[in-house]
Design a protein around this ligand. Structure first.
Ligand code: ZN
Length: 496
């Protein structure tokens, strides 16, 4: 057997363990009874440890070295060994002891964060966060610090991206976004969103979201949708992709949440079947993944054309919404309003929440922001970017779970996804100029096909930066997003 073949067999074994772990995790977040937590943690940790041992084993290293010599430059096999080299190197650079310390602190940190948020008291969380930042700094040093200590952390989620890239991205959009938000506020236009809040029959809401995700291209023969308090998408193979959604008083939560997760899900379903079980299958990075969820959620799902097709059917399920016509509904689901909570932010103000977190993370890691000063820094930035100040820490710097688990360096990928979604869409429209006509007829296949061929079917073959250039002809930039925002909201809010 060639080394490449032997490597693929080994990778399939590792993948089976990881897929089993993913099933356990999906179950935990959807159906598992609460008292199963402890046993489940034990089971998941054994699977995780076995997979980690296999990833870092001498056997895999030896096979990889031989496979690298065998792979034809530029081939799919060469891409595979490149990805495996990166994975094993990320996994071996951080000592097991540090991984262990971080996992323990994360478990404890989560409890501390829950209590601190309930009491709205950042002081309770500060010592844990300080310890976590130390661990993350150590982690960055193990991975190899570039120009910024932020670089190796971001690179784990978005290969090849640096703090400098993120700074450039935000420098381009920061002031124009703040100005646009202010201009919108000054119009005093208030889209009527009141009737989007209600008690919705869950069965009918679920039926509607399934109809929508299927219409845009999610394959229910190779996936399903369940309910979870914090929606996510996971997969166990290219033929088994799980979406989750949630039903809240705001009807948009279920609809746009389902569209968002289906965007992730279609990307996963679109990998070539022969890559299944190897690291070639699946989305290439968090930023590119998010570009697909945001494209379907915002550019398609929040377009007027989309609702030209779907509003009658939504009103058929929920006559309470008959009060809306197409224009008032379109305005309502696109309402811009600075808000305290990131996950509830509209499409335009969302990036400002990410900018704030990026600057704070950078300050904590570089040591220019003392942990004790974090609430003040947070509130100051909220005032500057969004014009509002949280009344307490729970609605301010304690709102996100991420830092308690040591996930630092990951927030910017959300903004990258927003920017990329518009950049990809701009390129798509050069080939398919009549997207509005198609969407208004409920005909999404040409859009899906264009994305499938150029993005989904490429799996992780190319690096994120290479893929973006291949698909759009240029590196990630902010221009398409910014002009998309200006034209959409100028029309909606009748700005001069
Ligand atoms: Zn997402």
């Amino acid at each position: 057997m060639s080394a490449l073949q032997a490597l693929k067999t080994k990778l399939a074994d590792i993948n089976a363990l990881e897929a089993a772990g993913a099933v356990l995790d999906w179950d935990q977040q959807t159906y598992m009874p609460p008292k199963a937590v402890e046993a489940r943690a034990r089971h998941a940790s054994v699977l995780g440890r076995l997979a980690h041992e296999m990833w870092t084993s001498d056997e895999l290293q030896t096979l990889l070295g031989r496979a690298e010599a065998e792979a034809e430059p530029g081939s799919v096999d060469a891409a595979l060994v490149r990805i495996v080299r990166r994975e094993t190197s990320l996994k071996t650079k951080i000592p097991a002891q540090l991984v262990e310390r971080k996992a323990q602190l994360a478990a404890l940190g989560h409890e501390v964060w829950v209590e601190a948020r309930a009491a709205s008291d950042f002081g309770k969380f500060a010592p844990t966060l300080a310890e976590m930042v130390d661990i993350v700094r150590e982690e960055a040093n193990c991975l190899g610090v570039g120009d910024s200590i932020y670089d190796p952390l971001l690179d784990q989620y978005e290969e090849g991206s640096t703090a400098a890239d993120v700074r450039t991205m935000f420098e381009t959009i920061k002031q124009p976004t703040v100005d646009l938000v202010r201009a919108i506020r000054e119009t005093n236009t208030q889209p009527d969103t009141g009737r989007l809040i209600g008690e919705w029959d869950q069965g009918r809401a679920s039926e509607f979201t399934l109809k929508v995700v299927q219409a845009i291209g999610f394959d229910l023969q190779r996936g399903r949708q369940d309910v979870a308090p914090h929606p996510f998408c996971t997969n166990f193979s290219v033929n088994d992709v799980r979406l989750t959604t949630r039903f809240k008083p705001y009807i948009g939560s279920a609809i746009f949440g389902s569209l968002h997760e289906a965007g992730h899900g279609m990307y996963e379903q679109g990998s070539p079947e022969e890559w299944d079980g190897t690291p070639l299958a699946g989305g290439v990075s968090l930023g590119v993944h998010e570009s697909q969820s945001r494209l379907w959620e915002n550019i398609v799902g929040r377009s007027r054309a989309f609702w030209e097709h779907f509003l009658p059917s939504l009103q058929g399920s929920f006559p309470e919404l008959d009060h809306y016509n197409l224009d008032s509904f379109y305005a309502a689901v696109n309402k811009v309003e600075p808000s305290l909570i990131r996950v509830e932010a509209d499409e335009l103000t969302y990036n400002l929440h990410i900018l704030l977190r990026f600057e704070i993370e950078l300050g904590m890691l570089e040591g220019t922001l003392a942990i004790k000063d974090l609430p003040e820094a947070w509130n100051e930035k909220m005032r500057e970017y969004l014009g509002i100040v949280p009344p307490n820490d729970a609605q301010g710097c304690l709102q996100d779970v991420h830092w308690s688990g040591g996930s630092i360096g990951y927030f910017p990928t959300y903004s990258m996804g927003n920017l990329l979604s518009y950049q990809i869409w701009a390129r798509l429209q050069q080939d398919i100029p009549n997207t509005d006509d198609l969407m208004a007829k409920g005909h999404f296949a040409p859009i899906f096909e264009w994305l499938r061929e150029r993005i989904y079917a490429q799996g992780s073959r190319y690096t994120p930066k290479d893929l973006v250039v291949r698909v759009t002809g240029k590196p990630m930039g902010a221009d398409d997003w910014m002009s998309g925002m200006k034209s959409k909201y100028s029309a909606l809010y009748r700005l001069a």
